[in-house]
Design a protein around this ligand. Structure first.
Ligand code: ADP
Ligand code: MG
Length: 359
């Protein structure tokens, strides 16, 4: 069942938490709402759930307008960051709780066992929540959310309180579970890695509106604006200007046919760490002179930081291990840093890729 959010606005006092937000969640999709803290993700999720009322706009479940419908009539499953399980009830009873009023006890038993198998906790049916790890508790919470066969599953930072390794495991596990169940799901996170790994579609939110929506690949390959590029991280920012079909960013000068005008305008260029290349001597390509300040031989790539005096900034460069061995980089070395791709953004204009710098 697909969900459509149409032109939803929500204020708390004078603060606008959601500003004219529209969104489609395709049937069976796992969609991530991704954005910084305070961008409106939870508010949007709560409006989809019916836990919060919008000031204006509407929410549809398939063709049904549920804008005014109560939570209990929407058949939604929830998992929150701190989903308080009943502490005095076993894992089994926690999952069975919501089913008891609705089904015969033989059916309840069958369903609970099926769910515990699904979340791989069948061996822990009699355990109390206090005997479980954080990751196991969230799996119980998920089993409980799925017990009533919800049409929609809503998750708000479900792994936010867990440590990095457990988060990583649960992400992959959630992805597999979703592939099995295909329940239309909306997943809130502020962790871009998590969103990109888990979701079919990612919605980037900022200050109560949507900056971009698409598949993880679309967003990574074609970020719509500086906010998105910056939020995705691992990016270097260069300031300069455009004029007469050229972009000048300090020492770098590249063709920029999109702006043929004589009037100079401020521009910002973004280049990701893996799109920068380090060379020992200039080879005719646009390059920035810089000094190596730090080398971190991490996996899977070596993280190098260089300082450009001309820009007055530190650039981050990802160098492959083979290339690193060739270069024999040492802190203090003077090198040239050359972008393979730049995304140039002129104020009030769209982002334009400048590929093929390695001509
Ligand atoms: P996110 O989940 O992206 O961190 P939220 O949707 O929780 O963001 O909140 C967006 C903004 O709305 C925040 O600045 C928050 O302070 C404000 N807000 C959320 N809920 C309430 C509320 N019940 N009363 C007042 N302000 C709220
Ligand atoms: Mg939130």
């Amino acid at each position: 069942m697909n969900i459509a959010v149409k032109r939803v606005t929500k204020s708390f006092g004078t603060f606008v938490a959601l500003n004219d937000v529209s969104l489609d969640v395709p049937s069976g999709a796992l969609l991530a709402l991704l954005g910084p803290s305070g961008s409106g993700k939870t508010t949007l999720l709560r409006i989809i759930a019916g836990l919060e009322t919008a000031d204006s706009g509407s929410v549809f479940y398939a063709d049904e307008d549920v804008t005014g419908a109560a939570v209990r009539d929407r058949n939604v499953g929830f998992v929150f960051q701190h989903y308080a399980l009943f502490r005095h009830l076993s894992v089994y009873e926690n999952v069975a709780f919501g089913l008891r009023v609705r089904a015969r006890s033989a059916d309840v038993d069958r369903r609970v066992r099926e769910l515990l198998r699904l979340v791989q906790l069948d061996g822990l049916a009699r355990a109390l929540p206090s005997e479980l790890s954080g990751g196991q508790r969230q799996r119980v919470a998920l089993a409980r959310a799925l017990a009533a066969e919800p049409k929609v599953l809503l998750l708000d930072e479900p792994f936010g309180a867990l440590d990095a390794k457990v988060r990583q495991e649960l992400r992959q596990w959630l992805r597999r579970l979703h592939d099995e169940l295909h329940v239309t799901s909306v997943f809130v996170t502020h962790d871009q890695e998590e969103a990109f790994e888990v979701a079919d579609r990612v919605v980037i939110m900022n200050h109560g509106h949507i900056e971009q929506e698409g598949t993880p690949e679309e967003i990574f390959e074609r970020p719509a604006n500086p906010f998105v590029i910056d939020f995705l991280g691992n990016v270097n920012v260069l300031h300069g200007h455009v004029q007469n079909g050229r972009a000048r960013l300090g020492q770098l000068e590249v063709a920029y046919p999109d702006y043929p005008h004589a009037e100079s305008r401020a521009a910002t260029a973004f280049v990701r760490s893996h799109e920068l290349e380090i060379v020992r001597t200039r080879n005719g390509r646009p390059a920035i002179e810089a000094k190596v300040t730090h080398v971190n031989p991490a996996r899977p790539v070596v993280k190098v930081r260089v300082y450009s005096e001309a820009f007055g900034i530190v650039l981050s460069v990802d160098v492959g291990w083979e290339r690193y061995a060739e270069l024999r980089l040492t802190v203090g070395d003077t090198v040239w840093v050359s972008p393979r791709q730049l995304r140039v953004f002129v104020q009030d204009r769209a982002v334009v890729d400048v590929p093929g710098l390695g001509a």
